[in-house]
Write a protein that binds this ligand. Sequence first.
Ligand SMILES: NC(=O)c1ccc[n+]([C@@H]2O[C@H](COP(=O)([O-])OP(=O)(O)OC[C@H]3O[C@@H](n4cnc5c(N)ncnc54)[C@H](O)[C@@H]3O)[C@@H](O)[C@H]2O)c1
Length: 347
Amino acid sequence: MIRVGIAGLGFMGMVHYLSYEKLRGVKVAAIGETNKKRLQGDWRDIQGNFGPAGKMMDLSGIDTYTSLDEMFEDPNLDMIDITLPPAMHADLAIKAMKAGKHVFCEKPMSLNAADCGRMLRASQNTGKHLFIGHVLPFFPEYAWALKAARSGKHGKLLGGSFKRVISDPLWIRNFWSAEHVGGPMLDLHVHDAHFIRLLFGMPSSVVTHGRQRDGLAGYWNTQFCYDKTQTAVNATSGTIDQQGRPFLHGFEIHFERATLVFEFAVIGKEGKYLCEPTIFDNKGKAKPVKLPGGDPMDSFATEIREVVTCLRQDRPSTILDSDLARDAILLCHKQTQSLLRGRSVKI
Ligand SMILES: NC(=O)c1ccc[n+]([C@@H]2O[C@H](COP(=O)([O-])OP(=O)(O)OC[C@H]3O[C@@H](n4cnc5c(N)ncnc54)[C@H](O)[C@@H]3O)[C@@H](O)[C@H]2O)c1
């Protein structure tokens, strides 16, 4: 049995907790959180943009800590699951690994590439696994695209276009603070930066144009440039100033013999496909593709199953790998630099 301590029981802490409940061979044995009400099982004030509402929980049999340092020293724990605000990820992940625990840390890995480097070195020096919670490749549409790319069944990957735009998320504290969350680049687009890195590798440079807010990228278009190939990749991301469309994401991915497309949005309170997953083949057909699931909670359970499997087999994950997550942070910073300087930036 793998015994996990969750550090930070907010929205994501709850999502992870409910995911562990669905899995075999792993259990939440401890929770570290400064909010005492939540440690007593009153999760009714937890709010997020998907999943069930928080409710009263029975936490009997789970050790609770108001001090994360004390939880990290608990000899009964194998892994610490970090679902704390981004600015806390680096130092606490390092502390947990030094205390002999494997770490599964929510995205973004950290707010800057130097901190990601420190985390990677701590993982190497302690021999502890460090998985970063990039859940997007476990969403059915992205899993479909990743599988197609890895199988090679449609021929070579030629490029793609990625989109992730939300209404200004008034519900996220410190969203527009570089020190705390990092705005839409590090909170939102990092998902696509990671997916682009996963599919196409690291580009040689990026060119980003767009508008800024408080010195952060606000809404932008990025061209990811791959000098040695004709791979054509771009992304649009950021926030709009009006409320009412809290979420939109989608892609168009080009292969030699097929193009994969989809776009999904929450408009008002209703989530719907603006374009259902569709494959255009070389025979001129547009075939809608029925994908399993659709509840984001299932994607988190699948992501955490991957963590548990890798831990059991004592191997890294090809998706939740911390080098890939560091590259995603690096890409985000280069994109911001390009937007602020108004020119192309080498990677
Ligand atoms: N993968 C996704 O789709 C997704 C979605 C939402 C959030 N996230 C990520 O999850 C992470 C957490 O976000 P969230 O929305 O759950 O935040 P949140 O604010 O809801 O939860 C953070 C929790 O950490 C607790 N905390 C803060 N400092 C603490 C300390 N010193 N000791 C113990 N507990 C402490 C807070 O009290 C709070 O309960 C962020 O990195 C965010 O980017 C990922």
